[in-house]
Structures are given as C-alpha cells and as structure tokens.
Design a protein around this ligand. Structure first.
Ligand code: ZN
Ligand code: ZN
Length: 368
C-alpha cells in the first residue's frame, strides 16, 4: 500500500512530504491508520542532529489512530480498536523484560537506534529504498506499522488529538511524578521547566496529592499556565535565589521530590541543590549525549536518590488506559496542552515553533 509521510532525508533540512510504500505485514505486526500525531522535542533533536539516526527516516513517536490490519499471531488488538502508540515496545522475555525493566528491553535497545522494528527490518520503502522507523513508531505518517506491544487499546470516548499526547509527553511527566518518584500525599515537589513534560509532572504531583508544588521556569507565561496545572507556587528560574526560595517554602529542608524537565545541564545540578537530604531527584529532560554534567559534591552529602527516567517509569498497557480515564473523569488536563493543530504539510512550521519554544504541543491531524 502507498501512503504519505513526513520524511527526514538529512540532518538540518526540512522534512519532505513523500509517498512511501508499506511492505506486507509480518507476524506480530499491527498496521495503524494515524489520526493524530504530536510534535515532541525528541523529534526535533533528530532533525537538528543531537540524536543520530539513519536516514531517510519517518519521525514521530506520540500518536493515536485506528487499527487497520493485524499480522499473524496478534492477540492483544483487533481491527477497529483505537490505540495510542508506545515508543517503547518490548519483547517481554529478555534479560531486562524479565527484571521488570521493559524500558531497557534488549531487542528494543538493539534495533531502535538502527531505525528498525523489533525484528531488525523496516516495513517502509521509497522507490525501492529502505525508509527507517523512528523509535519503532513513525507517527508523522498516514499509516504506520508497529509491533503488537506498541499498540495500546484505549476507550473510543477520547478524541484522537487528546489521546496522542498521552503517548510521550503526558506519560513522561505524569509518570515521572506518580510512577517514578512515587510522590506521597502531603509532600513537597519542585518541577524545573514548564514545557509539555513539566506541566504534566505538575499535574502528576497534584494527582498524587502533593501539598506544596513549586514550578520553576524562565518564561512568565509558562509560570502562569503552571498554576492551572497544579503549581501552588512559581519561581523565575533566573532568580539567583531560587534555591533559597525553595528552602523557604519547605521549612528550610529542601523539597521531598525534585523533577527536572528543562533539559539543561545547569538545571540538572540545580535540581540536586533543591532536594532535601534523603529526597528524590528525577531527571526527565535530556541534553546532548556528549554534554558533561557536574555537581557540587556538598549537594550529595546527607543522601539523595537520583534517577534518570526515560518514560516516567510508565507501563503503557497499565498507564495509557488509566490516563485516558483520568482525562474522561476531569482530573487530567489534556485540552489545554494542545496549542496548535496542523496538517501534515505544515509540519516544518510546527517544528520551527517548537524550536522557538512557542506553545505547548502542536498536533498533526489526519483526515478521518
Ligand atoms: Zn517524545
Ligand atoms: Zn525485552
């Protein structure tokens, strides 16, 4: 079958809307007709070259759609199911899967950087040339093929645009607070950076019952939005006394949990300064893989737990339907996260906005 997709042919260049051919489904494959696909900062890192992937490649790892066809042996999804895609499909039986760490699934970690599906091959071609899959999702396309473990069935009551953002930004942020940090009721939480992940970390902290929720960002508009997402206090990241302000709000101890969602090496260190002795620091953001991050040793005295979390310790099969239910019950904000809806043809414009730090989430909408 033929379909249109946004293809990255070269680092630093615009994506091109091209017609591709999808190869026949293999055992375990799920063909999804995409209905909505979010633009995430990690896609931008591939476009800008700070994350290296083979080209040509179809980006996008935050998508929702309808199952169009399934390969042999698929039992968990049916044709017609509404699904959110997981960018961390896993084999279920490797060294890490057996240790309840599917984020580190060995076939995933082996094949994902090569732009392949879990079986080590691609389903997409252009004029006979292989086109690569990004993070085994490639959602910036009218159709995509994913392994069964990457297609998570959800309620048909949630609109696709709201559903798609659960697949990366919402899971990472809410999961960072609820699943990774396991924020306790009545506790204090600092969230550094109020982009899509940070706002979701704030509403995750609120869902978990945190009493003091401090949002830190350089942008006054984002600090104002942070209040709507559960922040009880906001701080300007450029304030040289931001660490002191956190101490003042936490009886001089520092916060029980600090969630970093700014993706900045200096902020990684500030996050540690803001945590109380015995507190938890969760780094959700990323910097260039070659960047060095340093800490003042004194901040590590008196114990801190520090975790680098890739998907907010999310388990898509458990958590995507839960997050959908939280939205449908009015406890999770998704409408407010989508600041722009665009057609696939306008995707370069959407990424330019993201690069400028404008808006929260832009979503590509596909025709129903
Ligand atoms: Zn993402
Ligand atoms: Zn595995």
């Amino acid at each position: 079958m033929r379909f249109r997709a946004a293809v990255l042919n070269e680092v630093g260049k615009d994506l091109e809307i091209d017609e591709l051919e999808m190869q026949p489904l293999q055992a375990g494959d799920v063909l999804v007709r995409m209905r909505a696909s979010g633009l995430c900062h990690t896609d931008l890192e591939v476009i800008q070259g700070s994350l290296a992937y083979p080209m040509p490649i179809v980006l996008g790892h935050e998508g929702a759609g309808v199952v169009e066809e399934v390969g042999a042996g698929v039992t968990q999804v049916c044709v017609g199911n509404h699904v959110i895609l997981s960018w961390n499909p896993h084999c279920g039986h490797c060294f890490y899967c057996e240790r309840d760490l599917p984020i580190l699934c060995e076939p995933f970690r082996h094949h994902q950087p090569k732009g392949h599906l879990l079986d080590g091959t691609s389903r997409m071609q252009r004029g006979g040339q292989t086109v690569h899959h990004y993070s085994i999702t490639s959602t910036h396309a009218e159709y995509t093929v994913v392994p069964e473990s990457g297609a998570i069935t959800i309620s048909k009551d949630i609109p696709f645009d709201r559903a798609c953002i659960i697949g990366c930004g919402v899971m990472t942020g809410v999961g960072g607070a609820v699943r990774q940090a396991q924020v306790e009721p009545g506790s204090s939480v600092v969230v550094l950076g109020c982009g899509a992940v940070g706002l979701n970390a704030l509403q995750g902290a609120k869902l978990a019952g945190a009493a003091t929720i401090i949002a830190v960002d350089i942008n006054s508009e984002k600090r104002a939005i942070a209040r709507d997402f559960g922040a009880t206090h906001t701080l300007d990241a450029r304030d040289t006394n931001a660490v002191g302000a956190v101490l003042d709000l936490t009886q001089g101890r520092g916060a029980d949990y600090v969630l970093e969602a700014a993706g900045n090496a200096n902020v990684f260190a500030v996050a540690v300064e803001m945590a109380r002795p015995g507190g938890d620091v969760v780094w959700l953001g990323k910097v260039n893989v070659d960047a060095e991050v340093s800490f003042r040793w004194g901040t590590l005295m008196g114990e801190r737990r520090m975790v680098r979390s890739s998907y907010g310790n999310g388990r898509p099969v458990r958590d995507f339907p839960w997050l959908v239910d939280e939205y449908l019950a009015g406890r999770l904000k998704l409408d407010e996260l989508i600041t722009r809806r665009i057609a696939l043809e306008d995707i370069n414009d959407g990424f330019a906005m993201l690069a400028r730090g404008e808006g929260i989430r832009t979503v590509v909408m596909f025709d129903g």
